[in-house]
Design a protein. Structure first.
Length: 67
């Protein structure tokens, strides 16, 4: 991608967030669009959160690229 590339990602699930925050892409600007009222979260361990084994913060996804 070239510098100042803008990408629109439809779907605020795990795949959408990972695509939007691709590390190593200088100048990449992404907009994440999802229909859910909650911020994106990792659905894989959701059952563990609902069972009370993990706090909800454990599954929260952010748009910040990992360091």
């Amino acid at each position: 991608m070239t510098s100042n590339t803008r990408v629109a990602v439809t779907g605020a699930g795990l795949a959408g967030v990972r695509l939007a925050r691709r590390p190593g892409e200088p100048g990449l600007s992404a907009v994440l669009a999802g229909a859910e009222e909650h911020t994106p979260y990792n659905r894989v361990p959701l059952a563990e959160v609902l069972a009370g084994r993990y706090a909800p913060e454990v599954i929260a996804l952010t748009m910040e690229a990992p360091e």
